[in-house]
Design a protein around this ligand. Structure first.
Ligand code: NAP
Ligand code: F7E
Length: 363
């Protein structure tokens, strides 16, 4: 019999890639979704209807739903990916972020214990490079001290420690993957990379005039989400429960990401000015296409993330450079150029429809 996995947050970027990956491996995959007045299942629509793919309503703030679900599914592996994952939003909703991202982890661990699965069920916790926050060492590895620098990071730090506590106190197979930023064509549209690739595509198609960003000098270690979900699985197949840093080992600025994304839509940018006055200008036309808006500054910003994935490479045999930075930007831009082209076609049909309705041709 194949294994059974439960993914919390299956509708998210990572959840959708992980579900695909596990289904291909022959798993029976169960995923949690939230009730919403509009259904946001775009990332998993292609999986619905597959016999080994099952969806259940649940929420990380609702222990009863978690206990009932885990007791019913009795998973061999749980991937706890559900979270309020936006750092800037965590400054506006700190209490909710703590409930979901900190206490939510505890709820999953306790549900496993209450269902008597503590010796059979392996648990992966989606931890984050944001724990290093106001960094105390560059690059960061499994021994680098934490200095969380946002309500999101503080909540995730609780998640990290409670997983370690349950491992030590109850001998449970639970581990944290300390994942550095990973992006894709499915990335949420308000994270900086996707915001840039979508804006560059819209500007190229004449649908947007300008892109406003916050800190252009912020440094990140950006990988491809599809590669990172494989590592989540590898962590749970390892002979003993351990925590791992997952990163590419390469660092780039927001400005560099922007430069390359615009390059792939056919626009070469040059940068003028500094700080809040910095601008990205189209070399060919002299038009200002990128400006800084302090609206996107954070009360405390993490500006120097750079991961050292040596342990994952050595112990798990994971390849941190499967998709390069250049390839990642290209994948995202190609996707978004196509998306905007389809949106344009959709707009044309909608305009015609409105005209038809107005003229009484269609009733
Ligand atoms: P994402 O796209 O924002 O997906 C988050 C998922 O969590 C969605 O399915 C979302 O459901 C669900 N969720 C949010 N609040 C919930 C709640 N109260 N109850 C149940 N489900 C809830 O995030 P991601 O990029 O895939 O990241 C996956 C996990 O890895 C997160 O825990 C994130 O914090 C962590 N992480 C991400 C990165 C990264 O660079 N992507 C790096 C390190 C760690 P809806 O679709 O209904 O909103
Ligand atoms: O910001 C700067 C911003 O929102 C990256 C989550 O998946 O990765 C993600 O968190 C950097 C920051 O991601 C804009 O100030 C500039 O320094 O794309 P982001 P994040 O905060 O790194 C970690 C590992 C997670 O765990 C999280 O779940 O870019 N930045 N201008 C901007 N950021 C945004 N969002 N928007 C801007 O306009």
């Amino acid at each position: 019999m194949g294994k059974t996995a439960l993914i919390t947050g299956v509708t998210g970027q990572d959840g959708s890639f992980l579900a695909e990956f596990l289904l291909e491996k022959g798993y029976d995959v169960h995923g949690t979704i939230r009730r919403s007045s509009v259904d946001f299942r775009e990332r998993i629509a292609h999986l619905e209807g597959k016999p080994n793919f099952h969806l259940h309503y649940s929420d990380m703030t609702d222990s009863m739903s978690l206990v009932a679900l885990i007791g019913r599914v009795r998973p061999d592996e749980i991937y706890n990916l559900a979270a309020q994952s936006h750092v800037q939003v965590s400054f506006d909703s700190p209490e909710y972020t703590a409930d979901v991202d900190a206490v939510g982890v505890l709820r999953v661990l306790e549900a496993v214990r209450q269902c008597g699965l503590e010796s059979t069920c392996r648990i992966y916790q989606a931890s984050t490079s944001e724990l290093y926050g106001k960094v105390e060492e560059v690059p960061q590895n499994e021994n680098t001290p934490f200095h969380p620098y946002s309500p999101y990071a503080v909540a995730k730090q609780y998640g990290f420690w409670i997983v370690k506590e349950y491992r030590e106190a109850y001998n449970m197979f639970c581990c944290s993957g300390i994942l550095f930023n990973h992006e894709s064509e499915r990335r949420g549209e308000t994270f900086v990379t996707r915001k840039i690739t979508l804006a560059a595509s819209r500007i190229r198609h004449g649908k947007q005039d300008k892109l406003y960003l916050g800190n252009l000098s912020s440094l990140r270690d950006w990988g491809y989400a599809r590669d990172y979900v494989e590592c989540m699985w590898m962590i749970l197949q390892h002979e003993k429960p351990e925590d791992f840093v997952i990163a590419t080992g390469e660092q780039h600025s927001v400005r560099e990401f922007c430069q390359l994304a615009f390059h792939y839509v056919g626009i070469e940018l040059e940068w003028q000015g500094e700080g809040a006055d910095e601008k990205g200008i189209d070399k060919a036309t002299g038009r200002v296409l990128v400006e800084v808006s302090p609206d996107f500054y954070r009360p405390t910003d993490v500006v120097n993330l750079w991961g050292d994935p040596s342990k994952a490479k050595r112990v798990l045999g994971w390849n941190p450079q499967k998709t390069t930075f250049d390839q990642l930007v290209k994948i995202m831009v190609q996707h978004d150029m196509a998306k905007v082209a389809v949106e344009n076609a959709g707009d044309a049909i909608r305009i015609n429809l409105a005209e038809y309705l107005e003229k009484g041709i269609v009733k």
